[in-house]
Design a protein around this ligand. Sequence first.
Ligand code: 0O2
Length: 209
Amino acid sequence: MKNWDQFLAPYKQAVDELKVKLKGMRRQYELDSNPSPIEFVTGRVKPIPSILDKAQQKEIPLDKLEEEMQDIAGLRLMCQFVDDIWKVVKMLRNRKDFEIVEERDYISYKKTSGYRSYHVVIRYPVETIYGEKKILAEIQIRTLAMNFWATIEHSLNYKYSGQFPETIKNRLQRAAEAAFRLDEEMSTIRGEIQEAQAFFTRKKESNPD
Ligand code: 0O2
């Protein structure tokens, strides 16, 4: 029987710390009055039932979770534009507070489901009362459109226990293509969007109420 509270504690700490750090990147852009490539940041520790399900599916023994399950700690960075994703990845590669273990590019090579995102797996050091402990965490970087699609698909996946009827599967693939086209379209008017957003930010700052 695993002591889950003890096992998950460093993962919780890592998610909390990384959320602060990654949100800090956004704040720095704001202070410089530059458009941030990061729109918002979320993070979670994988719930125990999901850890157990995934361990069973992938035949990972529970005493091998630390080395073999890379997304017990998960962070998500949402961007407005596809180009922002590459900027964010570059910034992550330059950081000194963690080491990148693996990158998975589901943007250039989307999954058959239609899923698109860029995944960066990191080894992150957590300070504990017993000394440093390095844990694996997965950072998923995606646009708002990719996130919309993935969130809906994830709930449907849960509803159908991963066994989508053919019609739903096709519709989801078509929806993924629509999300892809939306990203392309938004990129073409990026300049206009950013100008309008800068205008609203200035207006809000001069009239806070
Ligand atoms: P949750 O609830 O998000 O934690 P695999 O699970 O075999 O696909 P692996 O080796 O764990 O892949 O690594 P991968 O593919 O880099 O990361 C898996 C995670 O990516 C998933 O975690 C999802 O968050 C996301 N993901 C991957 N494929 C899809 C997809 O087709 N649709 C959606 N909506 N998300 C996807 P979990 O553990 O599945 O779930």
